[in-house]
Design a protein around this ligand. Sequence first.
Ligand SMILES: [Zn+2]
Length: 105
Amino acid sequence: MEIESAKCECCGLREDCTGEYIAGVKAEFGGRWLCGLCSEAVRDEVAKARRKKKKSGSEGLEEAVRDHMSYCGKFGNNPAFRVADGMRQMLRRRASDISTSSAAS
Ligand SMILES: [Zn+2]
């Protein structure tokens, strides 16, 4: 099996994938390769846009990819950062629920 290194056009993450997989992803996203996280997010956006605005396939896709690229850009091109930040927010929310009377450090 042929393994190639592909770089996500949204967040810049590198993944080693089979050539077949890379070609499949590129075909789906108009010639761009997106990592697992980004492709899931874009697929989600496309599905939402289609439900809301009844857009044709490629139009909704281009918009979703562009939106997600700018979203990734805001978060320092690092998907791990987004995950960590989401977890931090979750913990913070939970901590503020619990410690209403005690002084938080
Ligand atoms: Zn990505």
